[in-house]
Design a protein around this ligand. Structure first.
Ligand code: PEP
Ligand code: MG
Length: 581
């Protein structure tokens, strides 16, 4: 039994088999074959071994010729392993005795081998682990050729283990089969983490070296709350976690029963809880969780879901669907926030250095006006269908906002000329997610109708920590006093200038921040629907004056850890069941 600690990004506990994905999406699932297929599997293995040996010999000779004997000799280790009867017999036995497919026999045996090497004190052996993976990849490629399994072909429930998943890979997962996600890369608010949370799949990120320690078929317990993954747990631990799983289900059911109750504090202060979505199909779930509207629709996923650039009609169809489902409830549609970790297939071919600081989001739109106008036309056409508001992301200068509004006006004029109806009074707002805007929000207050604080980015840009980099993930927290000072500044400025202000980053869905945010004056939150019930529970359990006391106290602390400890204690007093469930 091994225990690994990462960052829990989507709550829930699952006990399931692991499925390891290598970088190129090939899947080596535990697959048993009927007795009649054992000879053909053994033959496939034999052929793959022969081919790999021949390829390695060629590679060794070529390398020796180009770079000298010493370099070429690196491949002698590979050849030596593939000629080692102990290893090849282990492959054969896994097929004959355990009836594993050739792929699974190879993968399981070599991963066990690698684990033994990793346990050695001698660095020479530990360094050979990469060679073992190289051999595994070579043999699997020989066995699977072009017929690689893809993520969508899952046939049994699994916990996916991978180095990383892109947001679009995550979004295309089969929710009925993927019971949990455990990845090595990523931080708390990477888009992969956000999507896993919206899909309600328990997930942990930042589990360094995990793919070297887990094999497909291993039993794992994934706790998306604590961020702990247990590999090959003993029976007592499994039993304990199954009970925990049950308790959690009871807690969630009790939370969901509050769906139709108002998000109102004990002293009668109304709080507006909206949902964040990436796809139109998520609206029903958001409403089922108690959202009174959509406060953030991340439209860039229209681009990420397909190889083709969406047309105006594709945009319009998606917006019309969402608006129809909302039946008059408000929706904030955010214009394209492409770039950084959400790139189109074309952007993937031309990667930027420091993409989070690059031509991302509104910058990309202003540099590609044709693409931007396609979206704005569709948005304006859809504006007559319901309570639609438009939001520009990543505004970092007032000029940028003015330019974006100018393009919007151009599109309005075009529609007028063509006598296509739209709502000329569609509210226009901005994401405040860059320090340059959060420091002087008053410079934007007269130019827009609302602010939405994007803490996911605001945190990364304020503290200079890449939100998706697990190496600096411990620095990434909304409890950083500088981040809190900026958030407070935006709320105060918004309230002073009558610019309605909400917050749509993941921090809003973390119940430990609810009292603080309300105490700082926030009255609207837009969050991942999955988190709405718990946030509502906190809201319904407190008085605003207690929240204000919490905010005052937090502002007197000097470091994040003190703040986090204090907020945890305060939240624990309000919803102790969230900590025992
Ligand atoms: C944010 O930055 O807080 C936000 C809500 O937007 P995204 O996570 O899509 O960058
Ligand atoms: Mg953002």
């Amino acid at each position: 039994m091994e225990l690994k600690k990462g960052i829990g990004v989507s709550t829930g506990v699952v006990v399931s088999h692991a499925l390891l994905l290598s970088d190129d999406e090939l899947r080596i699932g535990r697959r048993a074959v009927p007795a009649t297929e054992v000879p053909s599997e053994s033959l496939r293995l034999h052929d793959a071994l022969e081919k790999s040996r021949a390829d390695i010999r060629l590679l060794r000779d070529q390398t020796a010729h180009d770079f000298g004997q010493k370099t070429g000799a690196i491949f002698d280790f590979h050849l030596g392993l593939l000629n080692d009867p102990q290893l090849t017999n282990a492959f054969g036995q896994a097929i004959e005795k355990q009836r594993f497919s050739a792929e699974y026999a190879v993968s399981r045996t070599l991963r066990e081998y690698a684990r033994q090497f990793l346990r050695q004190k001698d660095a020479y052996f530990r360094d050979r682990v990469k060679d073992i993976y190289d051999i595994e990849r070579r043999l699997l490629t020989g066995l699977m050729g072009r017929d690689r399994f893809r993520l969508i072909d899952l046939t049994e429930p699994v916990v996916l283990v991978a180095h990383d998943l892109t947001p679009s890979q995550t979004a295309s997962l089969d929710r009925s089969m993927v019971r949990g996600i455990a990845i090595e890369a990523g931080g708390r608010t990477s888009h992969t983490a956000i999507i896993a949370n919206s899909m309600g799949i328990p997930a942990i990120v930042g589990l360094e070296n995990l793919s070297h320690e887990v094999t497909s078929g291993d039993t794992v317990i994934l706790n998306g709350h604590s961020g702990v993954l247990i590999i090959n747990p003993d029976d007592a631990t499994i039993r304990e976690h199954r009970t925990y799983e049950q308790r959690q289900l009871v807690y969630e059911t009790s939370l969901n029963s509050m769906r139709d109750l108002p998000a109102r504090t004990l002293d009668g202060t109304e709080i507006t809880l909206m949902g964040n979505i990436e796809f139109p199909y998520e609206v029903e779930n958001a409403l089922a969780k108690g959202a009174v509207g959509i406060g953030l629709y991340r439209t860039e996923f229209l681009y990420l879901a397909s190889e083709q650039e969406p047309t105006e009609d594709d945009h319009y169809a998606a917006y019309a669907e969402v608006i129809r489902k909302l039946a008059g409830r408000p929706i904030i549609i955010r214009t394209l926030d492409l770039g950084a970790d959400k790139y189109t297939p074309l952007q993937a071919k031309n990667p930027e250095d420091n993409p989070f600081l690059g031509c991302r989001s509104i910058r990309l739109c202003l540099a590609n006006l044709d693409m931007f106008k396609v979206q704005l036309r569709a948005l304006l056409r859809a504006s007559v269908l319901g309570d639609v508001r438009i939001m520009f992301p990543m505004i970092s200068t007032p000029l940028e906002l003015r330019q974006a509004k100018m393009v919007l006006r151009d599109v309005m004029e075009e529609l007028e000329e063509q006598q296509i109806p739209y709502n000329p009074n569609t509210p226009v707002g901005i994401m405040v997610e860059v320090p340059s805007a959060a420091i002087i929000p008053n410079a934007y207050a007269k130019e827009c109708d609302f602010f939405s604080i994007g803490t996911n980015d605001l945190i990364q840009y304020t503290i200079a920590v890449d939100r998706g980099n697990q190496k600096v993930a411990s620095l990434y927290t909304g409890a950083n006093p500088a981040v809190l000072a900026l958030i407070r500044n935006v709320i105060r400025t918004g309230n002073r200038h009558n610019v309605s202000t909400s917050l749509c980053g993941e921090m809003g869905g973390d119940s430990e921040f609810t009292m603080l945010l309300l105490g700082m004056g926030l009255r609207t939150l837009s969050i991942t629907p999955h988190n709405i019930p718990e946030i509502k529970k906190v809201i319904r359990s407190i008085h605003i004056k207690d929240a204000q006391r919490v905010a005052r106290r937090v502002m007197s602390f000097e470091n994040s850890q003190q703040i986090l400890n204090y907020l945890r204690d305060e939240t624990h007093r309000i919803i102790p069941e969230a900590y025992t469930a």
